[in-house]
Design a binder for this molecule. Structure first.
Ligand SMILES: [Zn+2]
Ligand SMILES: [Zn+2]
Length: 401
């Protein structure tokens, strides 16, 4: 493999930006990041960022699909279609996310994902870091746009078979469900990022979950408990909720959907201020309507997922209830930076190194650092995706269809 050299732009590092940077890669790995032009090998293929940004590829730990496909469709084609679509938006590693479905549907999704991971080449788009086992262990009163008939309590018999597959790397369960403690302990032993989501749990339920290895909460402010929602569940005295627990415990991380429709700029900025870029991830939580015309689509399996409408900006389950995003990660990065004025190094960290750290992959991916995979995205000055490289190979499929 020849050497690659990125020039003519500003490199985005986890804690700062480097103007007029040189990023050199060989054999699919980054070998140099700095400003010294005499480090450029003569034979290197040069990629001119033309005054834009040289960014690490994005890492998305919560994503349901794109390009018309949902990972829960359960076929190799659906998995690959979603991965190709997200690569166009700068994502180089993603974690296909399950929704509430039957054990058979979840099993089919795991199998298809394993096949896609094994047969991956750069032209397949975003690489699969592992599966996010998300549904079905949700609380019925916080089910959101998922099919509530698919919600159930975790039983060892069911979840152990999913972890057996070896591909589950992020694992969600609502903390108040019977069986949650055993789920968390099992997922923690398997080395997963253990998370609580679609939950109406109290501070004390969160604290018990934390002792069992839970460290993350899915899409902050969405489908999670608040003091009033717990008062409704358990009466007085009012108790702390997931919100206070995450803000009060410095070890806890969380994620935001920064599409500009789910959360206002002040909430996005507030989450960053209180959790810092080391404990806040950007996720797309994107459904199959990414890069598709407005219309009616299924959330989850094509066969029997719940219907939602995409207006081209977001998904709606009903008139006033959101059904996840229809945007890729570059949009989230752009909005997070432009609407909140959070420094770009922090914004990009939240879309790359922080999620990589939370899932334990940061020695290989997540930043422009010698020794890491050459997963690199060149962005225009206004943060639009111009080039994508996956492990040092150019992704040729940037234009949609
Ligand atoms: Zn959700
Ligand atoms: Zn989701």
């Amino acid at each position: 493999m020849t050497s690659l050299c990125f020039t003519g732009g500003t490199a985005i590092l986890p804690d700062r930006t480097v103007e007029d940077a040189i990023v050199i890669c060989r054999d699919g790995k980054i070998t140099y990041v700095g400003q010294s032009k005499n480090r450029i090998p003569k034979s290197a293929e040069t990629i001119d960022a033309k005054g834009g940004w040289i960014s690490p590829g994005f890492v998305d730990i919560h994503v349901h699909g794109g390009g018309g496909s949902d990972f829960m469709d359960g076929s190799l084609e659906a998995v690959q279609q979603s991965c190709r679509t997200h690569a166009r938006h700068g994502t180089t590693t993603l974690f296909p996310t399950t929704s509430t479905g039957s054990p058979k549907q979840i099993r089919a999704m795991l199998d298809a994902t394993i096949r896609a991971q094994q047969s991956w080449t750069a032209q397949n788009g975003a690489a699969i870091g592992g599966v996010h086992l998300y549904g079905p262990f949700f609380a019925k009163d916080k089910v959101g746009c998922h099919k509530d008939s698919g919600c159930r309590h975790p039983t060892a018999k069911e979840f152990e078979s999913y972890f057996e597959s070896g591909i589950v790397k992020v694992a969600t369960c609502a903390a108040e469900l019977p069986g949650a403690a055993a789920f968390y302990r099992h997922a923690h032993r398997k080395g997963c990022l253990v998370t609580c989501g679609h939950s109406n749990s109290t501070w004390s339920e969160m604290d018990a979950a934390f002792k069992n290895g839970m460290r993350h909460v899915d899409h902050f402010w969405c489908a999670m408990s608040t003091v009033p929602s717990i008062r409704k569940r358990l009466g007085v005295p009012m108790q702390g909720s997931m919100l206070e627990y995450v803000l009060g415990n410095p070890e806890m991380s969380t994620e935001v959907i920064a599409d500009g429709i789910h959360l206002s700029p002040e909430l996005l900025r507030f989450a960053w201020q209180l959790k810092t870029a080391r404990r806040l991830c950007l996720v797309t939580d994107c459904n199959r309507a990414l890069d598709m015309p407005p219309g009616k689509y299924r959330f989850g399996p094509q066969q029997n997922g719940s219907w939602f409408t995409s207006d081209g900006k977001v998904g709606w389950a009903s008139e006033d209830s959101l059904a996840s995003s229809v945007s890729g990660m570059a949009h989230m990065v752009r909005h997070m930076h432009q609407a909140t004025k959070i420094p770009l190094a922090d914004v990009v960290r939240m879309a790359s190194l922080t999620p990589a750290e939370r899932v334990g992959m940061d020695t290989r991916i997540g930043s422009l650092q010698p020794g890491k995979q050459a997963d690199i995205v060149v962005l225009s000055p206004r943060l639009k995706v111009r080039h994508v490289f996956l492990r040092g190979t150019r992704y040729e499929n940037l234009k949609h269809r």
